[in-house]
Design a protein around this ligand. Structure first.
Ligand code: SF4
Length: 231
């Protein structure tokens, strides 16, 4: 006896019908390699599929020595389903105070650049390589980046942006290559896993060296044009 139940609209091409149904249920490709160089997938919070619990996890993090000297963990700001992510280096003193990335002088300059390039700050996603302020605004050490970049990997996995803008050397080295030189790569589109990556100078570097303003503006025009072509 045939115990298989007939489909509601079974007709003369059951095999083709079965293929069509199967095609609709092709499983999502499983991510087998990390997006960021050197990250181990199993360490990058693979069970987190939303930013809110990931943020909660980060806010409780004691993963490296930076947490001993900062006031609070500064996770990210902006739209969680944005097509574009801006990645900075780490929080400074104002960010450490307020718990929000890019709110100090460099942040205000970033706001001006974003506005000039027709971005609304609340429509983009802004984060950092390390989420705790390095003491005295020193560069984050490689071992600190190694632990904290797992959050960035998870943020990229969850948000699935089309564009990542690396603001400065630390972000470029975390996202592109640990040996990358910002002076050689800035202004050039790179691509990985269908995501476009643009390294440019950090706004804090512009405050120190006004000669960087022109190249950064050229970079942001490219970023604006590519972003607008997506929408
Ligand atoms: S910098 Fe990152 S890894 Fe270190 S304590 Fe803060 S959140 Fe955790």
């Amino acid at each position: 006896m045939n115990i298989e139940q007939q489909g509601l609209f079974d007709e003369e091409e059951p095999k083709k019908q079965a293929e069509d149904i199967a095609a609709r249920f092709i499983p999502e490709p499983v991510q087998t390699v990390s997006f960021l160089p050197g990250v181990k997938l199993e360490e990058a919070y693979p069970d987190f599929n939303d930013l809110e619990p990931l943020k909660k996890k980060a806010l409780e993090c004691q993963g490296c020595r930076l947490r001993e000297t900062c006031q609070q963990v500064v996770f990210s700001t902006g739209r969680v389903n944005s097509k574009i992510i801006f990645v900075g280096e780490g929080p400074g003193s104002d960010e450490d105070e307020q718990g929000i990335p890019f709110v100090g002088r460099a942040g205000q300059l970033l706001n001006q650049i974003l506005a000039a390039a027709e971005f609304k700050r609340e429509e983009v996603y802004i984060t950092n390589v390390v989420k705790c302020r390095p003491p005295g605004n020193r560069l984050p050490n490689p071992d600190e980046v190694k632990v904290c970049r797992n959050y960035l990997e998870a943020e990229i996995r969850i948000i699935q942006p089309k564009i990542i803008v690396c603001l400065g050397a630390a972000a470029t080295q975390a996202v592109v290559d640990p040996r990358a030189k910002i002076s050689q790569l800035r202004g050039k589109w790179l691509q990985r896993n269908g995501i476009r990556i643009m390294p440019t100078y950090h706004p804090a570097a512009l405050l120190r060296n006004p000669n960087y303003k022109r190249p950064v503006w050229e970079d942001f025009k490219l970023i604006r044009d590519t972003y607008q072509s997506l929408t």
